[in-house]
Design a protein around this ligand. Structure first.
Ligand code: HEM
Ligand SMILES: CC(C)=CCC/C(C)=C/CC/C(C)=C/COP(=O)(O)OP(=O)(O)O
Length: 298
């Protein structure tokens, strides 16, 4: 009895290590935006097969993309305090195991999307996978401070994937959702990069505060926040969303702007840390408000 309980605990702990390779908290928000994309794509109920298999398929491929990132970056992850507890640097999973695991979940996700949702969603999700796992992680991240601006395009794709899963096409409204996340990514990441600058410098990653300094980065946080605010007003301007959304977006934007202005004028690491945390709450809340507005329209 005691032996089987220990064996069970060991299996559970191994499974947890594989789960951690998928960066579950980031992927949860990614999947959340994909699901909202599904709901916004149609006026009434979302077809159940697109909802279930689309969500699981996108989550599996996103998890596989995150695992590629963990695999490729294990050496630098071992150096940075934020990432050294990840399974590969800790040695709780090996590289071949990671490769097998990500091929298994990624392949399953793509097959599910192709067979049970539609081929367009599968191809777009595969493109998104390549965008993050290869173009961002391998090509852009170690080579240019614009890494997250360009690479952010893959993180912005999930609502488009959700939309395609339900409708079999990509519309202008879906591209607006893409634009929101695309404009959100630089202030989201550079807030973190500002207070993690020394760690990025230590591993030689050319993040904006490392290559162009704090002042330049703080200005760019502010500028992208202004772009973000303009973009978030577009769903109302194009009548994709109504008054509930507008009010929600304006309130969320006002707080984001407060952080961006304060980061620019009166920087502290603690402030940047709070702005980073707020950016996550912001995106989740903005998409939640889009959904609420979709069903209760004034
Ligand atoms: C290229 C684009 C992106 C970059 C470079 C980036 C960067 C980061 C980094 C470095 C962290 C880790 C913070 C830490 O653990 O200390 C993080 C956390 C997070 N990111 Fe992003 N991010 C990007 C896109 C996204 C997207 C598209 C989403 C969701 C739609 C997202 C959601 C999150 C969430 C929820 C966390 C918190 C995770 C946690 O609490 O452990 N990120 N991001
Ligand atoms: C649907 C699909 C295939 C989506 C894939 C897109 C995807 C997983 C985006 C995640 C963005 C992310 C984890 C950024 C973290 O930055 P980083 O990797 O530079 O952070 P790190 O320093 O913590 O590794």
């Amino acid at each position: 009895m005691a032996t089987s309980s220990i064996a069970w605990q060991q299996t559970a702990s191994r499974m947890q290590q594989f789960y951690r390779l998928t960066k579950p908290r980031v992927v949860s928000l990614i999947v959340f935006t994909a699901v909202i994309g599904m709901f916004l794509a149609v006026p009434g109920a979302v077809p159940l097969n697109a909802l279930i298999f689309g969500t699981v398929g996108i989550a599996l491929v996103a998890g596989a993309a995150a695992a590629v990132n963990c695999l490729v970056e294990q050496k630098i992850d071992a150096i940075m305090s934020r990432t050294r507890g990840r399974p590969l640097p800790r040695g709780t999973v090996t590289s071949p195991e990671t490769l097998f695991f990500l091929a298994l979940i990624g392949g399953t996700g793509l097959l599910m999307l192709h067979q049970l949702v539609n081929p367009l969603t599968m191809w777009l999700t595969l493109g998104t996978f390549v965008g993050y796992a290869i173009i961002y992680t391998v090509v852009l991240k170690p080579n240019t401070p614009q890494n997250i601006v360009i690479g952010g395009a893959s993180g912005a794709m999930p609502p488009v994937l959700g939309w395609a899963a339900v409708t079999g096409e990509v519309s202008a409204d879906a591209l607006l959702l893409f634009l929101i996340i695309f404009a959100w990514t630089p202030p989201h990441f550079w807030a973190l990069a500002l207070y993690r600058k020394l760690e990025y410098a230590k591993v030689g990653m050319p993040m904006l505060p490392v290559t162009h300094g704090d002042k330049f980065t703080r200005l760019h946080v502010l500028l992208y926040t202004l772009i973000l605010i303009a973009v978030t007003l577009m769903p109302y301007a194009t009548q994709m969303s109504g008054l509930i959304y507008l009010v929600g977006a304006v309130v969320l934007d006002a707080v984001f702007l407060y952080y961006a202005v304060k980061i620019y004028l009166d920087y502290s690491d603690e402030l940047a840390r709070r702005a980073f945390r707020y950016s996550i709450l912001y995106l989740a809340a903005l998409f939640a408000v889009l959904l609420i507005d979709h069903y209760i329209r004034f």
